[in-house]
Design a protein around this ligand. Sequence first.
Ligand code: AGP
Length: 586
Amino acid sequence: MCSIIGYLGISSAAPIIVKGLKRMEYRGYDSVGVATFSKDHINVRKGVGKVLEVNKTVKLDELSGTIGIGHTRWATHGMVTDINAHPHPSSSGEVAIVHNGIIENHEGLKKELQEKGYTFKSQTDSEVIANLLQYNYDKTKDIKKSIIDTVSQLKGNYAFVAVFQDGTLGAARNHEPLIIGVGKDGYFISSDVLGFVEYTDDVIYPDNREFVIIDTSGLKIFDFEANPVRHQIIKVSKEFADSYKGEFAHFTLKEISEQPTTILSAGNSTQLEMDLASDLIRHAKNLYITGSGTSYNAALIAKFLFSKYAKIKIDPLISSEARFSHDVFEENSILIAISQSGESADVLEAVSIASKAGSKIISIVNMMTSSLVHQSAISIGVNCGPEIGVAATKSFTSQLVVLYKLVDKLCNGCLELDFTKVSEAIKKILSNDSKIRDVARLLKDVPDIYVLGRGIHYPIASEGSLKLKELTYIHAEGLPGGELKHGPLALMDSDSFVLIINPNDSTYNDTLMSAKQIKARGARVIGISDIPSDVYDYWIDIPSIGESLYPLLEIIPIQLLAYYAAIEKDTDPDYPRNLAKSVTVK
Ligand code: AGP
């Protein structure tokens, strides 16, 4: 999941492109590169590392020309090297491309092109697009025809932007995000509105299997069968432009600190959709809920809330496993798909499998401009604003709030939800984080940590361990408390650190029993609870609140613990190694 961008206008392209890449850096940050067209020549500059670092050394934003393309990389094919960084010029240098996605048949195409005399410098799958465009252009001397011939030969999910020797920009999408920005003084093409929202909020969403040609005569869109296509210009909300860290050292800490506010606005923008969704759910033949990573942990919480309070059976499904259990979906099934970005390839695949079986899709999404929204019958907005930190924090609690509101509707208000109280309680935890920082210092050199919870708290243990893995690179494991004695207890000794999620509710005594079993093996126990206990070596206090709402509180100290431990370990909290914010490849 890389970020790609293109600009054609009257302003200098390189600074605009570099700014856009910086905003989309969360999509991939192994390497970065820019190519511009000026004086009949395509100039390429690129390097390994993050946007600001590479720009300092190779001066990406000083490239001349008012037409250009750019890329930040998350490596899938070929090591993280300068030569594998994008943009990739064709062997004659008359076309250069940036690509997001995977070209599944790149080896075969590369071999054919090499036999025709085209040379390759990199180990990437992407470079084949540049030489294939060149080969088709050499045959026809027609840019539109060369794009049509090229997309007819490419297999896989992809989006690319190309700059041609005459300054024309071409771009195509096949199951990967691509958005056009219509500015006062130029056109933008990007993986994400964040790439250009600073300059315009007028956007066009090309559909799947469409391509775009932009030159000085303007913008043209075609489908892969060469038919001209017209799309509406849509205004996106300017909130996307508000992705600054402000006084915070990192987006992750800023986004953790926004939760007292974001949980109050979660789901507010789509009340009608909430009503329509609950009606659909009431009449569903069977109900499934899916997501990846943090969004899947929210789906696990939903299972508890639906069965306990709405007395409705719902089956959680890990999105990346949907292709191996596609026979569950049928006519009148409902699939609820949860996704912050709305672009996770695994979630989109689960949705397409369910849709093909005649199931209806309800999605719970933060990025309401995303592909998932376009593939859903009903979309409920999580509404927590742009989330830049790769580790999902505020989007998780806002996803939970939407699920609480949905279940409360289905059980006719049985939950007596009071999110103002939750918001105040979160403020208390955030303002009193000194104990959390102390514990974070202890985790600096710890190789493993276990996170325990029972009942509805087990998914929080799973989410907490995910945050610790992503932010600190510590091997962290979420465990259902009762499973300890069936094996994991063998891991416990005086070097072990165990985080116990143990609020004062129906799971309290059983979880405290598990904590005692662990303590008896000499392990250090960190208790997250609204009740102190001698069993805990370190007690992290959370305010008391209604039984059903504890998940919204108990995750906050774990988010902070992971963040501060990341600082102690000097990892980059916003851009953890080997990860990216939206996983757009399968
Ligand atoms: C969570 O912190 C991770 N960034 C990751 O697991 C994420 O939740 C997952 O990739 C799903 O993303 P989505 O919600 O945008 O679909």
